[in-house]
Design a protein around this ligand. Structure first.
Ligand code: SF4
Ligand code: SF4
Ligand code: FES
Length: 392
């Protein structure tokens, strides 16, 4: 473990972190960020040749590569090569494509599919997370498979025949979206989600008018398995008051679709803090801190990585919440500027979301090799001082 500062520790996906995630492991893609994981500390890398020639495989950083002496660079130290992967042939709606072994069907649809195939709806999937496989909105048909398969999690196989636009697929996706949109408020989900709701002709009122919202804390107190069967006159839902218990972010679980992204981002996918988890069972399942304590009393370190992955706006910064409540949120005219975090030397890329000359949110690109889209409290929330700098 050669982590150099707390910023990268908190981000959890820094190149020197060996926290157990498969994405940080060298075998994923052989990219430079994966390579650095087993190398010597950065301070040694440019000055000391500590490794015997040929002692490690080709996906490990090569300290000899930094040597100014050609002889050392070329004399048997392993060279930087991406991992070689066999190509797999499958068909997408009858069209043959080839993708690297280990890809998911969704990878194939994104990389080799038509624009329509690449537009496969997703909710619990994110490019910077391991597949969660919870929402099932991305299902496709696979020849020989009895059930529809989640494209975000199912790996491709040679000879696989995938169909993405059958009546069965469309019906299933519509059902998933109807069940979710009738039980949770998805009005702040991304533009893509809004479009999918329209494309799949989702009827949010299909199960009747919404049941009245629960009182504050009522859903949290429900005992798993101890509930009365609803009479069916209204659509059950998760509507409840928003939880505002700290200065940095709010939890608006009326919008929660139980995709588990926040849980995994707080856990093994990024942060390794495990401050939140799923509690309850069935329709009473919910995201909770340990013993339902308020966030300041929980293990939360306010990295905000859960906010960064939430697909519905259930988790959002206090500033965003305030602006939306005041009807002053101006997402359409928001600009995004990429810069480098100035709090420490890790070099996390920050995307500053600015509305009306005010920073309203900070995110990081999911494909950035340092952050993989995740930040620490300083990068995510430490921007208020910028607004207070003297002008001119
Ligand atoms: S902000 Fe708190 S709950 Fe969210 S991922 Fe970070 S530690 Fe976990
Ligand atoms: S709070 Fe957001 S990220 Fe967490 S389970 Fe609910 S919808 Fe998913
Ligand atoms: S996006 Fe594939 S199961 Fe949720």
């Amino acid at each position: 473990m050669t982590t150099t500062d707390s910023g990268r520790d908190q981000a959890g996906k820094g190149p020197a972190t060996n926290g157990g995630s498969t994405r940080g492991a060298p075998s994923v893609d052989g990219g430079p960020e994966a390579d650095a994981g087993d190398g010597p500390p950065p301070g040694e890398r440019t000055t000391t040749l500590t490794r015997p020639n040929g002692a490690v495989g080709p996906t490990v950083a090569d300290p000899a590569g930094a040597s100014p002496h050609a002889e050392e660079r070329l004399s048997g130290g392993p060279v930087m090569l991406g991992q070689i992967r066999r190509m797999v042939t499958l068909t997408l709606d009858g069209t043959e494509v080839r993708v690297p072994e280990g890809s998911t069907i969704l990878d194939a649809l994104h990389g080799e599919g038509s624009p329509e195939q690449a537009d496969t709806p997703t909710l619990c999937w994110a490019p910077n997370m391991d597949p969660i496989n919870a929402c099932r909105v991305c299902v496709v048909e696979v020849e020989g498979s009895r059930v529809l398969v989640p494209s975000c999690a199912r790996k491709v196989e040679d000879g696989m025949e995938v169909r993405t636009d059958t009546e069965r697929v469309r019906h299933s996706r519509k059902m998933v979206l109807e069940l979710l949109a009738s039980s949770a408020d998805m009005s702040e989900a991304s533009a893509d989600v809004q479009r999918w709701i329209g494309d799949y002709d989702v009827d949010v009122e299909r199960y009747g008018p919404p049941a009245p919202p629960a009182e504050a804390g009522e859903r949290d107190r429900r005992h798993a398995g101890h509930h009365h069967a609803p009479d069916g006159s209204v659509a059950q839902n998760v509507h409840q008051p928003v939880k505002v218990d700290n200065d940095l972010y709010v939890r608006d679980y009326s919008r929660c679709i139980m995709c588990y992204k926040c849980v995994n981002a707080c856990g093994e996918d990024a942060q390794f803090t495990f401050a939140i988890a799923a509690a309850g069972r069935g329709f009473d399942a919910r995201i909770a801190t340990e013993f339902d304590v308020e966030l300041p009393d929980s293990a939360c370190v306010y990295c905000g990585n859960c906010i960064g992955v939430c697909p519905t706006g259930a988790l959002k910064s206090v500033r965003e919440y305030e602006l939306r409540e005041a009807d002053e949120w101006d997402g359409e005219n928001e600009t995004v500027t990429t810069t480098i975090c100035s709090f420490c030397g890790v070099g996390c890329n920050l995307e500053l979301h600015v509305q009306n000359n005010e920073i309203v949110n900070v995110t990081s690109p999911s494909d950035h090799s340092v952050t993989h889209g995740h930040l620490c409290i300083k990068g995510r929330f430490g921007f208020q001082h910028v607004q207070n700098l003297p002008k001119g």
